[in-house]
Design a binder for this molecule. Sequence first.
Ligand code: ATP
Ligand code: MG
Length: 507
Amino acid sequence: MQVKPGETSRLLLERLQGYDFNKDLEETGTVIQIGDGIAHVHGLLGCMNGELLEFANGNAGMALNLEESSVGCVLFSGTKGVREGSKVKRTNRTMHVPVGRQLLGRVLNPLGEPIDNGPAFNTDKTRPVEALASGVTERQPVKVPLQTGVLSIDSMIPIGRGQRQLIIGDRQTGKTSIAVDAIINQRYTGVLCIYVAIGQKASVVAGIVDTLHRNNAMQHTIVVCSSSSDPAPLQYLAPYAACAMAEEFMYSDHSDVLIVYDDLSKHAVSYRTMSLLLKRPPGREAYPGDVFYLHSRLLERAARLSDDIGGGSITALPIIETLAGDISAYIPTNVISITDGQIFLESELFHSGFRPAINVGLSVSRVGGAAQTKAMKRVAGSLRLELAQYRELQVFSQFGSDLDISTRERLNHGAKLMETLKQGLHTPIPMEAQVIVLFNAKERFLKNIITGDVSRYNKGLVVFFKEKAADLLASIRESGQLSPETETKVRELCTAYAKGFRPSVSG
Ligand code: ATP
Ligand code: MG
């Protein structure tokens, strides 16, 4: 029997259909140019964006520029040992990092390798570094508070679980301290924490790890560290890798996670370095055009999952450093528009001794209000307004000495409030104690206390309540409410404490 030519080609086509040509073939390419941590590789035709590439000497790289004749790739551990002509192998997978509970308490590099001289951990679970954020239907509104333990934040700029709250300010204004205090405050709340250091001095990160250890906060925390001496691609990778670790806790364990990105200004700079070396066209301030997407796709991964899929949340606290308080620069405005609010820190306040140096007027929280407890709302409702009035009157009072009584009272009250909001390092205040302290100030118990005594007065007040009315504190903590009966009791106790308080200097 004779087979027609048409028949043959049909048979051949049938056989070939559905055959995966890439299946058994390992695709390798050749380095055609190398330098500045970037390799251009020829011959990787099917290479995916973000794909992990393996160099002949074991170095890892990530494909970022997919061009017609070559692939631009960044190397994570420098270009040592890679030469023109070196072979590069595709791995057919994007970058993954190890995830899981074994990572808690450890200091890792952005590739997920321990750098704390501790034992190796054996987790076989990994997650992709770049992942799609959950969609609208998988989320629910933010309504559970994330207590930072910082009085001015919890009272006036409340943060909810699943929120993205920016911490912004000049250098050395206490940005990191606020984030670290928030982590320390999660000791007893069950919220897991991840601190991501991007482009910081290794000694500073070592100091932070030490602080976390000393305050018993390391057992619920992972530190992901890319120091300023690390290559730009590693710094670029750090927040995404850390976010993947957070996602494991959120999606698999349904835990609540707090993640601190310290800081995204340096992250943008590392991305700019990489992009310029990859010869991508520079835009405003020499950042590449997609620098907005760089941070939006990261911060969008913070979420509060709906109860249908088990709940869990990632709260993100990105940090941005400004120059001379300029919040209208490129990167600050970008991140302000992505996040759900910002905590604005000011050098002037910091140096005048008002610490944490939060400028309440410029700070907002767009969604956290719904997460605040009723008790806190009750005592902190008018706080913002009173402080704003105080600042306004303060300016006026500098000119004239003739002030009427009500103005003088408002000024006095404002000064006492400002003094109450001062808080030292690593001394988080629990919610119920915050409520008592603010109630006491609101009811003008501080009226006749001199400013120098306010801090001692407030500390003593909390101790007094702990001794005399522990059950009352517990009921505020558990119910989150300040019922009229409780309020009466709190007022009685405040009066009793005021009677027994001894001012340090008479008159
Ligand atoms: P950088 O720009 O270097 O990252 P930063 O804005 O993160 O600085 P921190 O490192 O948190 O600032 O704080 C700067 C200094 O201020 C530290 O020495 C810290 O101890 C001190 N400091 C911060 N907050 C307070 C506070 N509430 N009370 C007293 N000192 C504080
Ligand atoms: Mg800092």
